[in-house]
Design a protein around this ligand. Structure first.
Ligand SMILES: *[C@@H]1O[C@H](CO)[C@@H](O)[C@H](O)[C@H]1NC(C)=O
Ligand SMILES: *[C@@H]1O[C@H](CO)[C@@H](O)[C@H](O)[C@H]1NC(C)=O
Ligand SMILES: *[C@@H]1O[C@H](CO)[C@@H](O)[C@H](O)[C@H]1NC(C)=O
Ligand SMILES: *[C@@H]1O[C@H](CO)[C@@H](O)[C@H](O)[C@H]1NC(C)=O
Length: 310
């Protein structure tokens, strides 16, 4: 519990001196929150600083951890209630160079039983929240916002994690609202308003040996997104996709390509389409369904996907 409180406080207390101190690149400078008046007994509310945490400017970020602004590692039972506060990743200067290493705003690494709620986050240089190697985490009422053309600004990246819940949040980004990658299972996503962005994605899978299983995406909206619910695999790498159900999806498609089931040589099996109605925005043109080696069934589905193989 003590480490829990301390961790939250580090975030709170670092912020006023962030721009000034961080740039010196003194990675080993430790600001102990106890020295700043924190009690850390697990009961006292040590957070005094309400408001906005702003990342250092790109130029100030000459050394130090280029991976992330805030890293929380090996903490169990952590609760963060942002109380509606804001973290500004100050990403605009970073976006100009897409190939340069760019930091995420928050990495939660090897933490179990985490709860994060009531937090606003804007303009990350790269992904906003990266959850890696965690078991048991709930994120709710998170509002993430970055311009639709900002590169790689995923809302959430989930990797090698289990029992993760993301609910009742709004995500507007230039990349995936939520990306779930290898080694992840039991991921529930509900009540997300996504857009702009690239939708909610699994993958890309198959660069190395990867598995993702038991992902449930429910009651989400996709507005002005390039995709909705998507599974991405590397081409020519024989990734097996099976037992995927798309049910109760309604909406419009800008270019009419409503459903794409492009499965490569190994094929996908057990694809279930049910109660889907997607119409084309192009007047007089009906929406289409494309299949390649996709096996499964379609019921009450428009476009009807008669290209599905048994
Ligand atoms: C989310 O944050 C954006 C940018 O700060 C703001 O415009 C929007 O109103 C917020 N949405 C919600 C649901 O709080
Ligand atoms: C996630 O969804 C599955 C399928 O509905 C359900 O069995 C499971 O209990 C859910 N997990 C959480 C943490 O809500
Ligand atoms: C769906 O999500 C919205 C928030 O985006 C929520 O207000 C609504 O209650 C949810 N509906 C169900 C059936 O869970
Ligand atoms: C499927 O949709 C196409 C295009 O709208 C239509 O021509 C075809 O008759 C439909 N097939 C079935 C089995 O409903």
């Amino acid at each position: 519990m003590q480490s829990l409180i301390t961790c939250v406080l580090i975030i709170a207390f670092i912020s006023p001196c962030l721009c000034h101190r961080w740039n010196v690149g003194t990675q080993n400078t430790i600001y102990n929150v106890i020295d700043f008046g924190a009690v850390g007994d697990g009961k006292t509310d040590d957070t005094q600083l309400q408001g906005v945490i702003v990342a250092p400017t790109k130029d100030a970020w000459v050394e130090g951890n280029l991976n992330t602004l805030i890293m929380i590692s090996n903490v169990n039972g952590l609760t963060i209630d942002g109380s509606g506060g804001l973290i500004d990743g100050y990403g605009s200067a970073w976006w100009a160079c897409k190939s340069c290493p760019r930091p995420s705003v928050l990495i939660i690494n090897s933490c179990n039983s985490v709860s994060v709620t009531n937090l606003n986050m804007i303009n990350s240089p790269k992904s906003h929240i990266h959850v890696n190697g965690c078991e048991g985490a709930t994120f709710s009422h998170i509002n993430i916002s970055a311009p639709g053309d900002s590169p790689n600004t995923d809302g959430f990246d989930i990797s090698t994690s289990k029992n993760i819940m993301i609910e009742d949040s709004t995500i507007a980004t230039g990349d995936d609202c939520i990306a779930i990658s290898g080694g992840s299972s039991y991921i529930n996503v509900t009540g997300i308003a996504c857009g702009p962005g690239h939708g909610i994605s699994i993958g890309s899978l198959g660069k190395k040996f990867d598995t993702v299983q038991e992902v449930y995406v429910r009651n989400c909206s996709f507005i002005r997104t390039t995709n909705g619910a998507r599974i991405k695999t590397f081409p020519n790498q024989a990734v097996e996709v099976s037992d995927v159900t798309y049910r109760g999806i309604h909406g419009t498609s800008l270019d009419g390509r409503a459903i794409t089931l492009d499965c490569g040589e190994s094929g996908c099996y057990g694809i279930v389409l049910d109660q889907i109605n997607i119409v084309s925005c192009l007047t007089g043109k009906s929406a289409s369904c494309f299949c390649n080696n996709a096996h499964g069934t379609a019921t009450a589905t428009n476009p009807n996907c008669t290209c599905l193989l048994p």
